[in-house]
Design a protein around this ligand. Structure first.
Ligand SMILES: NC(=O)C1=CN([C@@H]2O[C@H](COP(=O)(O)OP(=O)(O)OC[C@H]3O[C@@H](n4cnc5c(N)ncnc54)[C@H](O)[C@@H]3O)[C@@H](O)[C@H]2O)C=CC1
Ligand SMILES: O=C(O)C1=N[C@H](C(=O)O)C[C@H](O)C1
Length: 266
């Protein structure tokens, strides 16, 4: 089987640069080109701190998708551009593997319909770390027995979206399991706005942003006389890379969009 040819969008970012280092080590993946906001026409090997790839940087996404022979787009950019890149990739017959978070429900549905109409595989995964996927699945299961739950997600202070994609997905999975209800005292009042966090179908999500953090989440369940905490920590962005590789490989066998890495794990 020939190598999977990848375009990486956001190659100078924290995740994008880690994805380039992962591709460099993998025999089955190949870097075909990159999409960046700057450095049009330069080679990745000319960029300081990035692996020595002969792969051209494009700032014009249309030209990139039309000129470069590619199987997969790996997008690790921003919510606004990640959505645009994903849509354009599908329109150009390229399968998206998207780690970028912060898409709205409407955007996800639109991309799902587009992938289906094109019969093209796509993977959008708010978290590529296997441990985080398990934390979400365990939380879904736990909420069957502990319907009162709050999510505390903690990230580095350069993060653009809140709550994190992982927290939003965790809340969605729990929502599928438990019946909707408000938590806390019915008469509770916030004396400082936001003190109780964001309200996702009655469950609260608290977003912490601090230098020094990478990506961390605790899902805290409360029952009579007991609590249960399910916790995951990513200390390094390497933690996401086996998931990115799995998605870039498995997306070639899909004809629909899947949301969440759990759909690709046994
Ligand atoms: N699914 C997952 O497992 C993970 C997802 N993420 C998500 O990945 C995204 C990127 O995260 P980081 O690497 O930490 O951010 P970052 O800020 O370090 O990198 C983003 C990169 O995107 C580039 N960029 C912005 N606009 C662009 C455009 N129009 N075209 C091309 N490149 C553009 C920026 O120049 C920057 O290099 C975020 O949405 C984050 O939430 C982050 C970690 C894990
Ligand atoms: O921005 C990040 O760093 C991360 N983003 C993803 C999210 O929003 O859940 C995944 C992980 O938490 C790291």
């Amino acid at each position: 089987m020939s190598n999977i040819k990848c375009i990486v969008a956001g190659p100078r970012g924290k995740m994008g640069s880690e994805a380039l280092r992962m591709i460099e080590k993998e025999d089955t993946l190949e870097l075909a080109a990159c999409i960046d906001r700057k450095f049009d026409g330069k080679q990745i090997k000319e960029m300081e701190g990035l692996p020595s790839f002969d792969a051209m940087i494009y700032t014009d996404v249309d030209s990139c998708f039309q000129e470069v022979e590619a199987d997969v787009l790996i997008d690790l950019t921003t919510p606004e551009y990640g959505y645009k890149h994903t849509k354009l990739a599908l329109e150009n017959g390229i399968r998206p593997v998207v780690g970028t978070t912060g898409f709205s429900e409407e955007q996800l549905n639109e991309l799902r319909e587009l992938a289906e109409s094109k019969q093209l595989g796509a993977v959008i995964a708010p978290n590529f770390a296997v441990g985080a996927v398990l934390m979400m699945q365990f939380s879904k299961w736990a909420s069957k027995h502990f319907p009162d739950v709050e999510i505390i997600e903690k990230h580095h202070d350069q993060k653009l979206d809140a709550p994190s994609g992982t927290a939003a997905k965790t809340a969605q999975l729990i929502q599928e399991e438990r019946s909707s209800h408000q938590q806390g005292h019915p008469d509770e009042k916030e004396t400082i706005e936001g003190a109780r966090g964001a309200d996702a179908d009655g469950m609260r999500i608290h977003s912490v942003r601090l230098p020094g953090l990478v990506a961390h989440q605790e899902v805290v369940f409360g029952g009579l006389g007991q609590t249960l905490t399910i916790k995951h920590d990513s200390y390094h962005r390497e933690s996401f890379m086996s998931g990115v590789k799995l998605a870039a490989t498995e997306v070639m066998n899909l004809e629909v969009l899947v949301y969440g890495l759990e759909h690709l794990l046994d």
